[in-house]
Structures are given as structure tokens and as C-alpha cells.
Design a protein around this ligand. Structure first.
Ligand code: NAD
Ligand code: MG
Length: 396
């Protein structure tokens, strides 16, 4: 069997490290071609020494220089690139088979698109890239023949519950609805009046999953589920009305597909991202992921409830953006990124995340996405508007 050569973009993050854990279990199948990281240079260096990639990608020229010197002094042959051009180079490199897109936020857009345009097998964690550029992204997949596999646990579950020929259209294969499960995050039962006082530490303390800080806050606000709703519409060619969000606090069912004959298929497992990552890496085969077998007796029960949009206004805002189409999703995503960063820096309160996004979406009508520039321009305008809101809230 020939070894799959893999570029892991965002290797120092939560998804990146889980991916490298799986890869290291199967050296006969997978070989690390490139690793990238932004701020944790010492971690990136340690990963390079362990996985011996051909390339590493650092944030900028000066960190690349430092990393290169330190690696060379230790006898490493890894060549260090930097910046967005470095990321795009290792994403589209002729020697690469598979790209794991695990950078967080809009920062991953160009490199994820570069992998798609080069026709790679692309394991998508960076949902923000697809949410922002939707139609352009899927057109690029169609044109290049890239194999796009979701590693977001819900979308990976849906993919596993759909028949192999689902791209004919959901109605053609008898799908009535997609049921997207959500844990409800740490504030599912917090009294509403206390939400204005919750801290970044509380928001990042997810009950079931251990994740990066941005997605942890998104899970607490349920914007993560909103972004995932948009992600599901693009991945599976679904209308927003065909995707229903179900709160399932145990995070054991990762999502379900409801068929017209009354059958509902679900994918279950322990909440550990190594399961969807292994599934996508080996697809259509199955490999050991290191995840323990699910103990249903220990789980005991599975609960379900409808989401409360008063508690989680971000979910409503995302659904509205999905229905509007065009640049609305890019604006939603950009406003959310700015607001979440401001919340993490204690500049705004938790409920202000939703009110800032609402303000930004109301400031400008959505327009058609014709090219990447329209997406990037909408992203910039939304960021500027959201930053004004953050600054005003600081003056208040
Ligand atoms: P994280 O914060 O742990 O890691 C992010 C990675 O991206 C790091 O390697 C960081 O160095 C890199 N990065 C950040 N900003 C960058 C920039 N401006 N330029 C280049 N690189 C940059 O995040 P994570 O939890 O691993 O999430 C990564 C992506 O996967 C997100 O899009 C998230 O929504 C998605 N995702 C994560 C999980 C999870 O369990 N963590 C589950 C599903 C989907
Ligand atoms: Mg998810």
C-alpha cells in the first residue's frame, strides 16, 4: 500500500493534534508532508521533530527564520515557509494527496480553497471557509474533482448515514430531513438574566468536547450550530428548512438522517474527534482511531429537546442568513469572529455577541456572491462594522 502524504493546516490546534494522533497510529498508511501553526512556535517545532515533514509553515518571516535555524541545529531537514502563500503552497503541492483544513476562521479560506482547486482529498474542519464562500467553494470542488470529506462530527455523521449516491439530490434518495444534534453547550440551563455576567472561562468549559477557544464560545452561543446548519446546506445540497437542530445534551448521537419511509439513521460514538478524523482519513475503509468503544450501559439514557431561540439568538441569525443566501453568511461569520474575539478579551458581554451580529446583518442587504473578491469585501465590511460596535460598547 502506498503511503498517503498529508498536509495538516492548523497542526498545533485541537483538530490538528487529534489528526496527528491518528496518523501516528498508522505509519504504514500515512506520512506527514507539511505542518502549519501560527502562534505556538515551540509546539510546531516539537511536532516537526516528531513527524519529520518536508515543509513547515510559520506565521511570518521572522518566526519562520527562528524555526528554521532551530530545526537545522537539531539535524532536521524540514524546510520552513511562512504566511498565506506558504499555506497555499503546501495545500496545493503536487506531492500531497490529502489536506486537513484545520485552521480556525476566515484565516483558513485561501489555503482550503487552494487544496480544493488543486483537486486534493480535503478533510474539512474549517467550516468558516465553506460558510463564507459557499457556492464558490462547491463549484471549485465540482470543477477540480476534489474529494471533500467533512470531519466536523455532525457532518461526518450525516455523511455516514446517507447513501453513497446522495449527490443525486436528497429527495431522489428519499431523505426527508437532516437532524443536526447540538449539546446546548455550558449555558443550556443558565438563568437568562445571568448570561450577561458569564466569563470566557465559563464559556470555554464545554461539558462534552475539548476544543479551541473560538469554537468553544461558538458552542456556548450556538453560533457553532448556526454555522453548521449553513455548512450542511452546502455539503449536502439541502435547503435550510430541511435541516432541523435538536438539542441532545449527551453528545453521543452525532447527527441523524430522517427518510421518507420513516427510517431514521443515526451515527453514535464517544465525543472524540479522532472518530470522524479516522473515518475521513481512511474512507471508504475503517481504521483504529484510539477511541474507546461506546459503553451504552454507562451512557444509560439519551435526551432530546428543541432549541430555545430566545436563549440562543445566534441560531436564529444564522438560519436567517442561510435563507437569505449571497454574502449574508460571510457577514454573519465575520461579525461573529470579531465579536467572539472581543468577548474573549473581556471587551463585551456574552449577549452582546448576538446583538453585534444582528446589527451588522441589518446594516447591509445581502448581495450575490459572484467571485472571491465579493466574499472578501463583505467580510471586511462586516469586520469594520462589528469593530465599531465593540468600540462603542467600550465607551458606554
Ligand atoms: P484551535 O484554536 O485549537 O486551532 C486552530 C489552529 O489554526 C492552530 O493550529 C492555529 O495555529 C491555527 N491558526 C489560527 N489562526 C491562524 C491564522 N490567522 N493563520 C494561520 N493559522 C492560524 O482550533 P480547533 O478547535 O482545532 O478548530 C479548528 C477548526 O476546526 C475550526 O474551524 C473549528 O470550527 C473546526 N472544528 C473543531 C472541532 C474541535 O473539536 N476542536 C470540531 C469540529 C470543527
Ligand atoms: Mg461540530
Amino acid at each position: 500500500m502506498s503511503c498517503q502524504k498529508i498536509s495538516v493546516l492548523g497542526a498545533t490546534g485541537s483538530i490538528g493534534l487529534s489528526t496527528l494522533d491518528v496518523i501516528a497510529r498508522h505509519p504504514e498508511r500515512y506520512q506527514v508532508f507539511a505542518l502549519s501553526g501560527r502562534s505556538r512556535l515551540a509546539e510546531l517545532e516539537a511536532l516537526c521533530l516528531l513527524h519529520k515533514p518536508v515543509f513547515a509553515v510559520a506565521a511570518d518571516a521572522s518566526s519562520a527564520q527562528r524555526l528554521q535555524a532551530s530545526l537545522a541545529a537539531q539535524g532536521s531537514k524540514t524546510q520552513v515557509l511562512f504566511g498565506e502563500s506558504g499555506l497555499c503552497e503546501v495545500a496545493a503541492h503536487a506531492d500531497v494527496d490529502t489536506v486537513v483544513a484545520a485552521i480556525v476562521g476566515a484565516a483558513g479560506l485561501r489555503s482550503t480553497l487552494a487544496a480544493v482547486e488543486a483537486g486534493k482529498k480535503v478533510l474539512l474542519a474549517n467550516k468558516e471557509a465553506l460558510v463564507m464562500s459557499g457556492a464558490l467553494f462547491m463549484q471549485a470542488v465540482g470543477k477540480s474533482g476534489a474529494v471533500l470529506l467533512p470531519i466536523d462530527s455532525e457532518h461526518n455523521a450525516i455523511f455516514q448515514c446517507l447513501p453513497g449516491n446522495y449527490s443525486r439530490g436528497l429527495a431522489q434518495v428519499g431523505v426527508r430531513r437532516i437532524l443536526l444534534t447540538a449539546s446546548g453547550g455550558p449555558f443550556r440551563q443558565t438563568p437568562l438574566e445571568q448570561l450577561a455576567r458569564v466569563t470566557p472561562e465559563q464559556a470555554c468549559a464545554h461539558p462534552n468536547w475539548s476544543m479551541g477557544r473560538k469554537i468553544s464560545v461558538d458552542s456556548a452561543s450556538m453560533m457553532n450550530k448556526g454555522l453548521e446548519l449553513i455548512e450542511a446546506c452546502w455539503l449536502f445540497d439541502a435547503r435550510p428548512a430541511q435541516v432541523e437542530v435538536v438539542i441532545h445534551p449527551q453528545s453521543v448521537i452525532h447527527s441523524l438522517v430522517d427518510y421518507v419511509d420513516g427510517s431514521v439513521l443515526a451515527q453514535l460514538g464517544n465525543p472524540d474527534m479522532r472518530t470522524p478524523i479516522s473515518h475521513a482519513l481512511a474512507w471508504p475503509e475503517r481504521i483504529d482511531s484510539g477511541v474507546a468503544a461506546l459503553d451504552l450501559f454507562a451512557v444509560g439514557r439519551l435526551d432530546f429537546e428543541a432549541p430555545d431561540e430566545q436563549r440562543f439568538p445566534c441560531l436564529r441569525l444564522a438560519r436567517e442568513a442561510a435563507e437569505q443566501g449571497g454574502t449574508a453568511a460571510a457577514m454573519l461569520n465575520a461579525a461573529n469572529e470579531v465579536a467572539v474575539a472581543a468577548f474573549l478579551q473581556r471587551q463585551i458581554s456574552f449577549p452582546q455577541i448576538a446583538s453585534i451580529i444582528d446589527h451588522v446583518l441589518n446594516s447591509e442587504a445581502s448581495t450575490a456572491v459572484t467571485c472571491l473578491e465579493t466574499v472578501l469585501a463583505a467580510d471586511s465590511r462586516a469586520r469594520a462594522l462589528a469593530e465599531q460596535c465593540v468600540n462603542r460598547s467600550g465607551e458606554a
